[in-house]
Ligand binder design. Structure first.
Ligand SMILES: [Zn+2]
Ligand SMILES: [Zn+2]
Ligand SMILES: [Zn+2]
Length: 152
């Protein structure tokens, strides 16, 4: 958890930092492929699937097969460095988990994903507690629709 938060601070403030240190703190060896995956996820600011990660790596002339990338993403998710997201599209996406909690706006036309930092749930939580006596600990919420670009 701590590592993830450190990562997020660095990524968000755009400070070039030592990714190797971040991996070391998670007890992971800083292999070139792991470093490259972290860098791609930090730059993109939206959840990526393994295929997109491989494409982006190829562009910087780093070649890794799918099995390697999946292995890396699984380890990162286990260690809490990344968060696995499922939009019911038959594949998983990953983003750095240290980033501020947020929701996603997913365009059904172009597939673009936008982060939404407002959380509409907090007021609803009280209502759920009141009506159902149920105490909400976490939630996930994604919005599907048409983005601004596609509406024109
Ligand atoms: Zn996101
Ligand atoms: Zn769109
Ligand atoms: Zn929320």
């Amino acid at each position: 958890m701590r590592v993830a938060r450190i990562l997020s601070i660095h990524m968000n403030s755009g400070i070039k930092h030592n990714l190797k240190n971040d991996l070391r703190q998670a007890d992971l060896k800083a292999t070139p492929a792991r470093l490259a995956v972290l860098e791609v996820l930090g730059k993109e600011q939206k959840p990526l699937d393994a295929g997109a990660i491989i494409d982006l790596l190829n562009r910087s002339r780093i070649y890794a097969d799918q099995a390697t990338i999946f292995r890396i993403l699984n380890v990162f998710t286990d260690k809490g460095i990344t968060r696995q997201i499922n939009f019911n599209e038959g594949k998983s996406r990953y983003e750095l988990s240290g980033r501020q909690k947020h929701h996603h706006l997913i365009c059904q036309d172009c597939g673009d994903i936008e982060d939404m930092s407002d959380c509409p749930i907090d007021s609803l939580k009280r209502e759920i507690k009141f009506k159902h006596g149920f105490s909400v600990k976490s939630h996930s919420l994604e919005f599907f629709g048409i983005c601004q670009k596609c509406r024109h």
